[in-house]
Design a protein around this ligand. Sequence first.
Ligand code: PGA
Length: 256
Amino acid sequence: MSRKPVIAGNWKMFKTVPEALAFVRDIRQTIVGLEHVQVVLCPPFTALALMSDALRGSGISLGAQNVFWEDKGAFTGEISPVMLKDAGCSYVIIGHSERRQYFGETDEKVNQKIKAILGHALIPIMCVGETLDEREAGVTEKIVRAQTAAGLDGLAPEQVAQMVIAYEPVWAIGTGRTASDEDAQAVIAYIRDIVREQCGAAAAGNARILYGGSVKPGNTAGLMSKGDIDGALVGGASLKVESFAEIIKKTSEAKR
Ligand code: PGA
């Protein structure tokens, strides 16, 4: 089954609007012609609307880093799926480990957000992954199974088939430590098995499952040589045009 690879840049709380627009101008020139990789940029909320204009005709998609599940209402400080669509988004990162760790995002909230955004034809990028303590205690599979199963609870197989899941071991995020190609492939194949058990073979065969955690130009080719790894969610290395473009090129070569 051939799945179009996804390279998503998670900018976290970096870049003002002028910085974001300068990045878009440069990346558009750098990755011309790499059509068979789906590139997604996930800037802070403040840059979404203007980036959407700047990305028009580039083939690069826009994503948000979080969402609230209601369409509108008295929820001070929150942003709804309707607003993200309005700002030009087609993807939303859900359940990033930083949100789970610092902002009390539980598996139940992750599931609620996924249902809300699928209802607005936005594509979730659902993040799962174990901490260092959990890996050392040998419970990686248990953690990843619990997060994946809860996140997908109650979804139709056709919805899951459109989703992106990102396996991000927490100990590899922003640390310079990457999972080995083999470890990343093994956990991602395991996640695909969970999707198959819960949602069927078509959903498991179509859902894109990415690796995230210190992805850089130097480790991209190895990770992307693995059959179950359908791309990457990139933090630090997505902030510079040179490194992000290099990751896209290496993915394009590996998945051709
Ligand atoms: P990193 O972040 O690439 O800087 O490790 C990945 C992420 O948090 O999605």
